[in-house]
Design a protein around this ligand. Structure first.
Ligand code: SAM
Ligand code: DTB
Ligand code: SF4
Length: 351
């Protein structure tokens, strides 16, 4: 049974309590997380967000996991800020595939003020398609956060990445406090906060607990909490990192669900290396959002059709998708995607 003290939203978690959640027998933790999930969400709905890299590579930061840092030779082709038409085109495809949120990411330490008008136009155009918008552009000043909020940006993603203690092993070019300051600027601007981290970087369980504790002890919980499994990219210092136990990954999702009961917990990067059973277990643990469509920022993600097949087999529906009234063409495209997925699923089962 879910203990009454963990059924409410709290912002005063202690590390030992979090570790105690992690170290329950697996079935007890899964049960508690699923009960908590059902208190606040429809357990058979998952929100779909699609990513687009609007400015790729040549980043001055030294994040040891990241293929886009200029310091590591990952063979990535760098690109300037995309043109507005390219962004609209990608957003239309995402919407037609059934995605409800379009997330635009840039390999910047922080945006220059001169970049803001161009990204503001991207926000307005994507919103005009009837999608929610999210951006991740690095650190934001108060003024920049206000400008993005004024342009209509719904969510800003900025991850804490790991615990305060392990952080120095991963990034040296910006501090943990810098990240907390950006999150405060985003929160104060009125935008919704998307903040999470990465596991499988060689951190200890204490660090996974520490990451969740920092997120859950923010004055207001992030509305969206992406839990990324490290994507090991050749050329980065983390390319040969040992695999994290899949059950420990699922435990991390379950503990996030218990600590931030009303937040969307996103099963984020790393799904390409997870089997369907593991993903299903993450949904049971309370994950209710994914990155959808075949690319993350620079690395592959499962194909939209295979995700739809998995949803079909699990009886999961994408969270309500607002098709603009009167836009029959868009509705037809979406139905076509879902129909194709169903057909493929039948072949898959037969095979
Ligand atoms: N440059 C901006 C920043 O760092 O805030 C925005 C883009 S950055 C790629 C967004 C996030 O992607 C990072 O904070 C990190 O959590 C995640 N990420 C990057 N590379 C990853 C990898 N190889 N595996 C898992 N997550 C990764
Ligand atoms: C987040 O937490 N994960 C996404 C998004 N926010 C921007 C990024 C994952 C990137 C994985 C490596 C890549 O594709 O470059
Ligand atoms: Fe740059 Fe962001 Fe990658 Fe760090 S995570 S190297 S800031 S793109």
């Amino acid at each position: 049974m879910v203990a009454p003290e963990i059924s409410t939203v709290r912002n005063n978690w202690q590390r030992e309590e979090v570790l105690a959640l992690f170290n329950q027998p697996f079935n007890d933790l899964m049960f508690d997380a699923q009960v908590m999930h059902r208190r606040h969400f429809n357990p058979n709905q998952v929100q779909l967000s699609t990513l687009l890299s609007i400015k790729t590579g040549a980043c001055p930061e030294d994040c040891k996991y990241c293929p886009q840092s200029a310091r590591y030779d990952t063979g990535l082709e760098k690109e300037k800020l995309l043109q507005i038409e390219q962004v609209i085109e990608a957003a239309k495809i995402a919407k037609a595939s059934g995605s409800s949120r379009f997330c635009m990411g840039a390999a910047w330490r922080s945006p220059h003020d001169r970049d803001i008008p161009a990204v503001a136009e991207m926000i307005r155009e994507v919103k005009a398609l009837g999608m929610e918008t999210c951006m991740t552009l690095g650190m934001l000043s108060e003024g920049q956060a206000d400008n993005l909020a004024r342009a209509g940006l719904d969510y800003y993603n900025h991850n804490l990445d790991t615990s305060k203690e392990f952080y120095g092993e991963v990034i040296t070019t910006r501090t943990y406090q810098d990240r907390l300051n950006t999150l405060a600027n985003v929160r104060n601007s009125g935008m919704k906060v998307c903040a999470g981290g990465i596991v499988g970087m060689g951190e200890e369980q204490r660090d996974r607990a520490g990451l969740l504790m920092e997120l859950a002890n923010l004055p207001v919980h992030p509305e969206s909490v992406p839990i990324n499994m490290l994507v090991k990219v050749a050329g980065t210092p983390m390319a040969d990192q040992a695999d994290l136990d899949p059950f420990e990954f699922v435990r991390t999702i379950a503990v996030a669900r218990l600590m931030m009961p009303k937040s969307y917990v996103r099963l984020s990067a790393g799904r390409e290396d997870m089997n369907e059973q593991m993903q299903a277990m993450a949904f049971m643990a309370g994950a209710n959002s994914i990155f959808y469509c075949d690319k993350l920022l620079t690395t592959p993600n499962p194909k939209a059709n295979s995700d739809m097949q998995l949803f079909e087999r699990l009886g999961i529906a994408p969270e309500e998708y607002q098709v603009d009234k009167g836009n029959e063409e868009q509705a037809a495209e979406l139905h076509q995607t879902i129909a194709e997925a169903k057909t493929d699923a039948m072949f898959y089962r037969a095979g």
